[in-house]
Design a protein around this ligand. Sequence first.
Ligand code: ADP
Ligand code: ZN
Length: 663
Amino acid sequence: MEIIVKVAVNYPLYTTFDYVAKTHHKSIVIGSRVKVSFGNKDVIGIVIDKEKKTGKVESKFRLKNIKEVIDDSPVINDEILNLCQWASNYYQYPLGQIIFSTLPTQIKRGIKKDRINIYNKNDTKYFARKEIMLNHEQEKIYKNIKQKINDYSSILISGITGSGKTELYIKISDEIIKKKGQILIIVPEINLTPQTIDRFQEYIKSTIYSYHSSLTDKEKMTVWKLSSTNQLDIVIGTRSSIFLPFDNLKLIVVDEEHDSSLKQQEKFKYHARDLAIIRAKKLNIPIIIGSATPSFESIYNSIIDKSIKYKLTKRYFKTELPKIVLIDLNKDTPNNGISGYLAKSIKQQLKLKKQVILFIGRRGFSHALTCKNCKWISKCKRCISFMTYHKTQKNLKCHHCGSIEKISPNPGDCQSCDLVPLGYGTQRIEDGIKKLFPTANVSRIDSDSVTNIKKLKQFINQMKNKEIDILIGTQMIAKGHDFPNVSLVGIIDVDSGLYSTDFRGLERTAQLITQVSGRSGRKSTRGHVILQTRNPDHPLLKTLLKGGYEEFSRENLKERQASCLPPYSHISLVKSSSIHKNKSLNLLNNIRKKFSGDDRVFVFGPAESPIGRRGNVYHHQIMFGSKNRSILNNKTRQIREYIEEKKPYNVRWSIDIDPIDFY
Ligand code: ADP
Ligand code: ZN
């Protein structure tokens, strides 16, 4: 008797491979590692199925034997294997690569489990235990959710900034821990993990670990192992923690669920929130997703009763939401990006010993450099985009392909170029602010100044200790931070977000404005927000200011419905790229020819990607959509199979299901 096993390997291949296990391997278990010869190499594979064959195995090819059975128990349990299989089918990504991406490095390398060390010190620090006292609004929601914690239910908490969503998660978690269940809390950013852990530990005595990409292999292995043996209660982690093999998971929370970092943008393009919903459903446990600015997908799910929505409408510290003032830059001409009104307001707040945050979406000094006379502009030679001026390094950088160039004194056609910066980046605002407020402590947070999590923590602590008066930064400062002494937030430029080509552009801009504004006036006094724009009559700004994010989303959802865009339909994006422009485009043209003409599926494109040439490579994309998810899933699978069969030469391709970035 022989046993045929199906093995998944860590290669970009959509099939599994059959091998023969000999009689002495008959106890081989699904989910365990084996060593097999693959091509001309020995590789580690995972057994994902097995069947007994009596008599001789019939096959066109002689199946190879398994070389070694590494484990006598699974390294991936049925639940996670099942989740990976679901994801492989849904995202059209190779199962083997998904499975391997969920495993710790030591396991991937084939090291025997009993040779792998983990930290067995418990680094949880117990704080003085405080009792949570929920306010009336929190209490009502808590009581409702408490009724639902024994089975699957999908719960959306839509709570304004500062309303106390975290305390609500903590109180519910406490309930789960009493029943010895485990909890997974997913946050979009690594830097939100330490503060969330601290807040949990103020209240609950439990073993909490964080999980994110800056942990060492050994640390990751520890969390992986402890979660699988039920030796930890709570993991607070970034998106990859959705694949941790908990032994007794009883609740998943996804905080800031609207945040695009929850979707992986490279390779395996999964959305952690969506996988969390699937995992919760399969486990029959509750999932809570929360945000002050819920994604349209999540709002829609509550409209069609796929989830239950609860609202927190008041700030915990009873301060009103900040007052937003629009400044028309056509009238109040900015000096180094700062309008007169904004400068005056900063001055007032500094006098009151309050802190100020200035938000600007772009790092570097300016968008581009241009000559006033000959109109030369700093274009990237390898991309169709501009090169950003970095004043401190005195160079030009392309944020798309990474090219760096020195600035020549006379780059254009004139005798002597008169170079001026165009647009604003964080460095230019920092420069301007330091000139205006020479005695203030000014700090800048962006990916140029903050290269690791330790540095970011330093900035956050300095901010909390009031060692910074004015903090200038990009998206990094928009997320979830709680700085009680900030009374003024200035948003330097919203205009680029108002005229984005992406259909989610307005949704994102409204989220950003609301989130950034939410950093202001959180504790004692009402905050101010100053929004600088050249388009003060833009309907988004008007609705947002008048009715807040909720009214904005109601209005904007109507437009999505009218144009049948998500969440009213589902979309898949097929991308291709090549150094030969026509090759990349031809592939998509052929796909269009072959796969359009089904009236249940709509097609846009093919077209150049928004930045069509990056680093001398041409990028194109085509979008397929349908109201019916399974019809679209089938179509996408056929497209993927077609591309694989064609094996286009010199063309790279990828598929993005539910894309949120059309770059
Ligand atoms: P959100 O995440 O909804 O923006 P937070 O959870 O950060 O709001 O809450 C805002 C502030 O109110 C925080 O400082 C938080 O500690 C405090 N807070 C909220 N609820 C409670 C509570 N029940 N007891 C004590 N403090 C609370
Ligand atoms: Zn470039």
